[in-house]
Design a binder for this molecule. Sequence first.
Ligand SMILES: CC(C)(COP(=O)(O)OP(=O)(O)OC[C@H]1O[C@@H](n2cnc3c(N)ncnc32)[C@H](O)[C@@H]1OP(=O)(O)O)[C@@H](O)C(=O)NCCC(=O)NCCS
Length: 389
Amino acid sequence: VAETTFAKGLEGVIAAESGICQIDGANGRLYYRGYPIEDLAQHSTFDETTYLLLYEELPSREELEDFRQRMREGRELRLPVQDMIRHFPEAGSPMELLQSVIAYLSSTVQHRIRHSATCNCRRTLHQIAQMPTVLATYQRFKEGGGYLESRSDLSEGANFLYLLRGEEPSAEEGRILDTCLVLHAEHGFNASTFTARVVASTFSTCYCSVSAAIGALAGFLHGGANERVMDAMDEIGSKDNVDPWLDRKLAAHEKVMGMGHRVYKAKDPRAVIMEQLLLELSEHRGDRRLYELLKRVEESFGAHMAKEGKPIYPNVDFFSGAVYTMLGIPRYLFTPLFAAARSPGWLAHILEQRKDNRLYRPKALFVGPQPRAYVPLEERAGMASRALV
Ligand SMILES: CC(C)(COP(=O)(O)OP(=O)(O)OC[C@H]1O[C@@H](n2cnc3c(N)ncnc32)[C@H](O)[C@@H]1OP(=O)(O)O)[C@@H](O)C(=O)NCCC(=O)NCCS
């Protein structure tokens, strides 16, 4: 019998081999299939990075053109999906909408996985190509607009902004958002990716796996810190208020959102790039207010934590919310956009899981009641429902 260990939340447990993402937390380095994130951010595009994640190598020119065309053809939403968006409950979250649409799309595909150990997501590309269109269309309908067809001459980032605004963004804005998508495309065995792999390990469809992963990302411990960073910036308001605000937060032992990371113990390399993108956008707009406010929080918080001997650095979420805000993206679309950007990573992990599959089946340490006699209805006190609400 193999020795069994107990690790709450599977912390520190190696559950699979993976060749997709390497994170060097101590030195703040990140690689997708061996390529440094800095190089991908500077030279690649979201569709090319998607190809790299799904096909394991960078594409040739011809391969990229063919792939790009397939991605762009996959963007349009069929009428039933448009109707789903139109009739989605007003109080519903766009994360729930995304989950529903992806699950619905599963029913429109002939799944190879039902007959063999491989799936056809490299061909259909629905989850990657349609998510940004779903989100932009959701926003358009919310504002009383109609369905807008995508522009096949625009990158994923630029097309999203085009759909959202109804007019073409500047080349710089399009490039900046496309780079943000590259930065979020993959990040190892986190909760949503693990969820995707667990579902894929049952040979469920890749759509059902991605839909489940979106559910995992919806919780505030995973997605959503950038929204909270922007809420904090609203609360702080101006640079003069940074120190009193920080003093209050730290005295109350509250976390400063966008700071610290489970894996990175240096500055998150994505935060370094995101900061640069925010600076470019701020210079371009002639408005450095958010940039300067964030830098002031970073400096003051950094100095405070260093004094306590606990160096804590910004993570990717610290600057991304400000970039999205300056691009005119509403706050409630930040996490759904993260889901859209992460879908290539999820699919890469699903494909990898299927290559050498082992059904996930961990065990729990049983701490419940020992076997006991069944109590007849008339003899029960009935306290349980009052204790557990
Ligand atoms: C991500 C996070 C959960 C990692 O937590 P962690 O693994 O416990 O971090 P560390 O072990 O490096 O923390 C070391 C110390 O710094 C403190 N610390 C870490 N992040 C902090 C933050 N954002 N604000 C204030 N203090 C923080 C911890 O409480 C801990 O203090 P202690 O030694 O007195 O208990 C945490 O940093 C956090 O909640 N950050 C804010 C939320 C966020 O931005 N999430 C997005 C992540 S991509």
